[in-house]
Design a protein around this ligand. Structure first.
Ligand code: SF4
Ligand code: SF4
Length: 71
């Protein structure tokens, strides 16, 4: 039951200023963590992130960072 709390410590970070609005992250994320808003990506479900790293690897603007492969 405490797992729900531990999952809040995801390392996912989004730099909205660097985002070009390409929408790739909304397509590659298997957990729908991102949503587009005013042509920018926004983290709408941070707790669902399991740090797979797909978004950061595919973002052409390097606007997403996540420490994948840990924990
Ligand atoms: S992949 Fe990067 S540039 Fe494209 S919408 Fe997502 S955060 Fe923005
Ligand atoms: S690391 Fe994986 S689960 Fe987390 S936001 Fe990126 S694509 Fe989604």
């Amino acid at each position: 039951m405490k797992l729900a709390y531990l999952r809040n410590v995801t390392t996912l970070q989004l730099d909205a200023d660097g985002c070009t609005g390409c929408q790739i992250c909304t397509h590659v994320c298997p957990h729908r963590v991102f949503s587009m808003e005013n042509r920018k990506a926004r983290i709408v479900d941070r707790e669902s992130c399991m740090e797979c790293g797909a978004c950061a690897r595919n973002c052409p603007a390097s606007a997403i960072t996540v420490r994948s492969g840990v924990g």
